[in-house]
Write a protein that binds this ligand. Structure first.
Ligand code: FMN
Length: 360
């Protein structure tokens, strides 16, 4: 489903697709920093507004982690129509990430494979940028990663909680990227319990009770039923505020057609939609609908965002489809989502959450 509004990105696409994907991304960030991307008029529709974690989201469509890794263009992306922006993943110390090439477009599949490996300028660079932000411009979350050579992983997330506790509107513990050796093992029940409780305690110490940002955990789509049940149990037991479902997948569906389908790393975009939406519904059921969920994976239009909300998401995020459609996608998804909600008689996003989730 798409509306026939003019999208300037379409004019540039034949050029963009000739560029190395990481170079194209760097240019896009630079253009945004220089103010070269015109911002649309903000969408103001009460059906799209979401109240969550004590904050008012103008719409439920956020920018997923990985686009603005070093917190350079969160303000500009909010101005593109995203209801919130998640910056990161940010590691405590700067690190280069994996050798290039490490980002691949799978255009025929409307997908992406990345094995960036947490390339990050480190906490200090992002702290300086976030300290200067105008908090009135919109909601910005910080996604925390760990340095590749850190042995006590929880320590990196504790440092993140201390460094960004007063700067972020929400915080995300990312232990689901497939490109940092051993990271996903932290999703197991014992390491997860320790990680969540230590990070939560560090966050409480670094902030005042009335201004503590929401603490979320971002999970992988490639989990067993036992993993998912354990994550639901431990997250609720420790009392974090939500789950982001999901990161990229290490699976390679047979349907992939593009030349780069054999590259190693995490797959995102259209072929991830079904699997990530299934896990979202399962986590909604496993947490009894009591924990806020952010649905991400393969959203490319309003219909995809709506499906995630019906499966249990309070908010959604996207990244890969923006590589093919440009930042105007945020507005398009919102316009289409508003129409779909109204067509089904929902007065708000809140009313639609989990309406098609598996039975609790
Ligand atoms: C190039 C690239 C880099 C990413 N980097 C991160 C990251 O640093 N941290 C993270 O939590 N997720 C990262 N992701 C995952 C996305 O945030 C998202 O969970 C995933 O791509 C699925 O959404 P999508 O299909 O809309 O892209 C990255 C994805 C891509 C494509």
């Amino acid at each position: 489903m798409s509306q026939n509004t003019f999208n300037p990105y379409r004019v540039f696409w034949p050029l963009v697709r000739l560029l190395d994907p990481e170079k194209a991304h760097g240019l896009a960030v630079r253009a945004l920093e220089m103010g070269l991307m015109p911002s649309p008029c903000p969408i103001d529709d009460k059906v799209l507004k979401v109240q969550l974690w004590g904050m008012d989201f103008p719409n439920p469509v956020g920018l997923a982690a990985g686009f603005d890794k070093d917190a350079r263009v969160h303000g500009q992306m909010l101005a593109q129509g995203f209801g919130f922006v998640e910056v990161g993943s940010i590691t405590p110390r700067p690190q280069p990430g994996n050798p290039k090439p490490r980002l691949f477009r799978l255009e025929r599949d409307q997908a992406v494979i990345n094995r960036m490996g947490f390339n990050s300028e480190g906490h200090d660079a992002s702290i300086a940028r976030l300290q200067n932000r105008d908090r009135g411009r919109g909601i910005v979350g910080v996604n925390l990663g760990k340095n590749k050579d850190t042995e006590d992983a929880a320590a990196d997330y504790e440092i993140g909680a201390r460094n960004f506790g007063t700067l972020a509107d929400f915080m995300v513990i990312n232990i689901s990227s497939p490109n940092t050796p051993g990271l996903r093992a932290l999703q197991g029940p014992e390491p997860l319990r320790e990680l969540l409780s230590r990070t939560k305690a560090a966050l409480a110490e670094a902030t005042t009770a009335c201004r503590t940002p929401a603490l979320l955990l971002k999970i992988a789509p490639d989990l067993t039923d036992e993993d998912k049940a354990d994550i639901a149990h431990v997250s609720q037991d420790i009392g974090i505020d939500g789950l982001i479902v999901t990161n990229t997948t290490i699976e390679r569906p047979d349907t992939l057609r593009s030349a780069h389908r054999g590259e190693g790393g995490g797959l995102s975009g259209r072929p991830l939609f079904e699997a990530s939406t299934r896990v979202l519904g399962e986590m909604y059921a496993a947490t009894g609908g009591k924990m806020a969920l952010v649905g991400v994976g393969g959203i490319e239009d309003g219909h995809g965002a709506y499906e995630k909300i019906l499966a249990g998401a309070s908010l959604v995020e996207l990244y890969s489809a923006m590589i093919y459609h440009g930042p105007a996608l945020a507005m398009r998804v919102n316009r289409e989502l508003a129409l779909l909600l109204k067509a089904d008689g929902f007065a708000s996003v809140q009313d639609a959450i989990g309406q098609k989730a598996p039975k609790i």
